[in-house]
Structures are given as C-alpha cells and as structure tokens.
Design a protein around this ligand. Structure first.
Ligand code: XMP
Length: 512
C-alpha cells in the first residue's frame, strides 16, 4: 500500500493535511519534524509532505529540514513553512516580512504546473494564506509555478526532481480546489494509487494485530464508548478469546448503559467481557465531594486501582489495548507548535506505566468520524455507532455538587427522557451531545393544590464538530416543551426544567 509521510513543523493544519490525503484514498502518517530520518525512511514512504509551521527559517533556533530527506529522490510537497524550508535548503532566498499575510489571496497558476491541472479558475484561484516570511528567490533549477498580487513566488517546483512547494494552504476548506491540488500531487506528481479504504484498513489492522500479539493475552478497558468498543472488536477478530475486556461499572453510568453495551458485544461478537461492579467503591470515595476537579481525580485513581486489580487476576497478560485516536497521539507526540493542545481529559492516564504492559492501539491512525466508518465496516449497529460522547467521570460531573445515589437516580430518569425524545424526533444524530444536568438547588413549584420545593434539571444540548467549540442547539420549541413536560411529570423530585443557552467558549459543554 502506498504511504505518504507528513512531517509536522507545528502547523495548526497538519492534521487536516493527513485527513485530505486519506480522503483521497492514500494512507498517511504524521511524524514530528524532529523524527530520525532513518526511522522515517524505514517506513518506506512513497512521498513526503512538509507541513507549515509558526517558525521562521531565518531564526537558527527554528526546526530545520534534515537534508537526508532530499536525498531519497521521492516526491516532496512543501506547504507554507515547508516551502520556505525547501527554498532555504536548496539555495533559494527567504526574507522576513514586516507584515503577516493572513487570509484569502488571489493566486495565478503558471507554467502548466501539474498541481493545478483541472482547477477551474487557475488564473485566479482563491487561496488561503497564513505566513510572515516569504520566498524572495527560488532555488536554482526551480520554476515559478504561481504568484499572487503580493508575492511573486507563491508556488514553485522542480518537475525533474518531483519537488513542489506552495506558500498557501491547500488543506484548508477556504482554498478553492485545495483538495484537488493535493490529489494532483499524490496522483499526477507522485503517481500513487488510491488503495486505502476503511475496508482495507480493517482487514490490515486485524492481520497486523494478530502478528504482533501472537498467542499473548491482551486486557482492554471497555467503556462502551465507540472508541474502546471498536478497538475491542478489532482485537477480538485478531486474537479471539485471548482478548479480555474489563467493563468497570463505576455507579455513574446512564440508565441501562451496562446492559446495552455488554449485551450487544456478548451477543454479536462473543466478546470476552468481565463486568466489574465497583459502584460502591467509587460512590463511597465520592461521598461528600463537591469540587469538580476532585471528583475527576478520585474517579481516575479509583479506575486505575480497580482495573489493575482485575487485570492482574488474569494470567499471562502481556498487552494493554486502548482505543487511542489520532488526535490523542498527535497531542502527545506532535512537534510543539501551536497545534499542540494540552489534553485535559485523561481518563486512564498513568495506566500503562503502572501496569508495565506493552500498548496496542489499533485506532491510533484514525479520526473520530473514521472510527465510526470502521464501526460500520465491522457491522456494528447504528445505535452504538452514533451514541453521543460520554465523559469518563460519567454522571458525577452532571450531578452538580454532592453526589448521592438518590440524586444520581433522579438524573438518570431525566436523562433517559432527553435521550428518548431526541431519538424519537430524529434530533439525536443532528446534535453533538444532549443530556440532562441536575443542579444543586431546589425551587418552589405548585402541583395540584400543593406547594412543592424540589430539584431543577438543566438541559444541555449542543452542536459541535470536535467539542473544542460548541453552540447550543436551536431545537424546535415543541420538542423542548415535550422534554420539559415529561421530566416534570414523570421524574419524582423535579419541578423545574431550564435550558442552557451558552456557547463554548466561554462556557464548557459539561457543567463541571
Ligand atoms: P467540555 O466540558 O470540556 O467537554 O467542553 C468537551 C467534550 O469532552 C467530554 N468530556 C470528557 N470526556 N473525560 C472524557 O472522556 C472527561 O473527563 C471529560 N470531560 C468532558 C464532554 O462530554 C464533551 O464531549
């Protein structure tokens, strides 16, 4: 299978490049620009893409391009900082600019560059720029492949060496025909074949897992979320009953969650799942705790204790399976440019170190929506594939304030109504997440002839693409009214429902 390596110089768009390449049907991997070129070479890539980045090649402390990469003779595409690096390394000239050019620019392709074949308005193409420095002289033997009003060398190339570079970002949606420009690099310049598909990914992954693991046993923490579930099914297909899944019921799950997930996995995939009922252990430790960060820490530590104990009871375990996704890998391994985000939601941080097991992470190359496609490929049913994300600390961070069994039960009942109504009205798939939150206050109401003094439920229902930003979903008022009426009528102890209409930022999706 053809493979493209993307060297990450810290651009916020590096992941987008990987995505576009994969959407074109070519397998790609991101490696930090500090990677050892020999190790990258051993991966046998057929083409290289150099990402953008926030640095200046004029600053000696900036990340450089190891000239070894230029000696392999494989096609290279430099983007933004990647173009400046190529220029700098190959004898061109890069100059600092007093102003940063940011936003749209009109680009004019030149010299029949193969990158712009099929682009509709290649003599006036809208492209997205984000750079300070620019190339002032291209390297010897290179041709100008395009310009904008403000920069004479907005694209350059050396057809013989199959090295091309763009000052703009083809990977962002604002660049007109940007995906086509990248495809032209992959297919017209590098001559790659679009053989990567989710079906081939699933097949190859199962084979690779079987080879790597052999007869050893693997233990995996199954949360019921899509990531760990898909990881479990892939591992199960590779090694069968040598996969031991542990599902920890922490007493903070949604109504029917345990039965729904475990039942399905046992029935359809004959998965080896041990359900550990640790609700008392978790709830006892959470007794009287109101601080959100303390709740998270207690839950994280308790999870590790329970999981470690259970895993040690299984003989001969050598591997720890995890449903780590690509963005998580990038966050921990990326060259630290502005793309590096501090991950705040480590649920099982510290587990691999503590357990001294080798990690197997079959999803580490995929984005969330790709995991969903893999789930389809594996024949998982839609209701599992499209379940809304659910946080590791579970309902504990939706029972605002002190957690008691009684308050958890009220929340579960209210939340089930929210879930059911979203599903029944077809809004479930349209929103990113929708759930109920139990507030730490009581208010006055009237029911029949009686005054009531009871709990308040808030509805948190949001639209988002990646949970980094979110906005409250504009649901039809009839649906909101139905949810509210049902909660107040059916959930004993609740006499008021309010709607959260804050966006993220400055609010967050979860309340704690
Ligand atoms: P926030 O509240 O930070 O949530 O806007 C963003 C997304 O992350 C989920 N979330 C978590 N997921 N462990 C998780 O696995 C956590 O501790 C955690 N906290 C929040 C949240 O549901 C939303 O999808």
């Amino acid at each position: 299978m053809d493979k493209v390596v993307i060297l990450d110089f810290g651009s916020q768009f590096t992941q987008l490049i990987a995505r576009r390449v994969r959407e074109a049907g070519v397998y790609s991997e991101i490696h930090p620009c500090t990677a050892d070129p020999e190790k990258v070479k051993a991966l046998n890539p057929q083409a290289l893409i150099l990402s953008g980045g926030p640095s200046s090649v004029l600053d000696p402390a900036s990340p450089a391009l190891d000239s070894a990469y230029l000696e392999w003779g494989i096609p290279i595409l430099g983007i933004c900082y990647g173009m400046q690096l190529l220029s700098h390394n190959l004898g061109g000239k890069v100059v600092a600019s007093s102003e940063r050019e940011y936003g749209r620019a009109e680009f004019q392709a030149m010299n029949d560059c193969p990158l712009f074949e099929g682009v509709e308005e290649s003599d006036s193409m809208t492209v997205w720029m984000s750079h300070g420095d620019r190339v002032e002289a291209i390297p010897p033997d290179f041709e100008i492949m395009g310009r904008t009003e403000s920069i004479p060398f907005a694209a350059m190339g050396h057809p013989g060496k199959r090295i091309y570079a763009l000052q703009f970002h083809p990977e962002v949606a604002h660049t007109q025909d940007g995906a086509l420009v990248l495809q032209n690099f992959l297919f017209k310049v590098a001559g790659l074949n679009p053989t990567w598909s989710m079906a081939s990914f699933v097949e190859n992954t199962i084979k690779e897992l079987a080879d790597t693991i052999g007869d050893a046993k693997v233990v995996l923490g199954l949360s019921g979320g899509i990531d760990s579930t898909v990881a479990a099914v892939l591992l199960h297909k590779a090694i069968g009953h040598n996969l031991h899944c542990i599902f920890v019921d922490n007493g903070l799950l949604r109504m029917g969650e345990r039965q729904e997930v475990i039942g399905f996995l046992e029935e359809h995939f004959e998965l080896n799942v041990k359900c550990v009922d640790a609700a008392d252990e978790f709830l006892d430790k959470l007794d009287g705790v109101t601080d959100p960060e303390k709740k998270r820490k207690i839950i994280g530590h308790t999870f590790i204790e329970v999981f470690d104990r259970e895993a040690k009871a299984i003989d001969g375990v050598k591997f720890l399976g995890q449903g780590t996704l690509y963005p998580d890998v990038i966050e921990s391994e990326s060259f630290k440019g502005p793309s590096a985000v501090i991950k705040s939601h480590h649920n099982v941080g510290g587990l691999p170190e503590k357990m001294n097991l080798k990690l197997v992470e079959p999803l580490r190359e995929l984005f969330k929506d790709e995991v969903r496609r893999a789930a389809y490929e594996l024949g998982m049913p839609e209701h599992i594939i499209w379940r809304h994300p659910f946080p590791g600390p579970g309902l504990s961070i939706r029972v605002v304030g002190a957690i008691t069994r009684e308050r958890l039960e009220i929340l579960r009942l209210a939340d089930r109504i929210v879930q059911n109504e979203l599903l029944a009205s077809d809004w479930y798939r349209k929103v990113w997440q929708g759930f109920a939150v139990l507030l730490p206050l009581k208010t006055v109401g009237v029911m029949g002839d009686d005054r009531t003094y009871e709990h308040v439920i808030a509805l948190r229902i949001v639209d988002s693409v990646d949970a980094m930003t979110a906005d409250w979903s504009r649901l039809p008022s009839e649906l909101l009214a139905r949810i509210s009426n049902r909660i107040i009528n059916e959930v004993k102890g609740v006499n008021r429902v309010v709607l959260d209409i804050s966006s993220k930022p400055p609010s967050t999706i979860e309340w704690e």
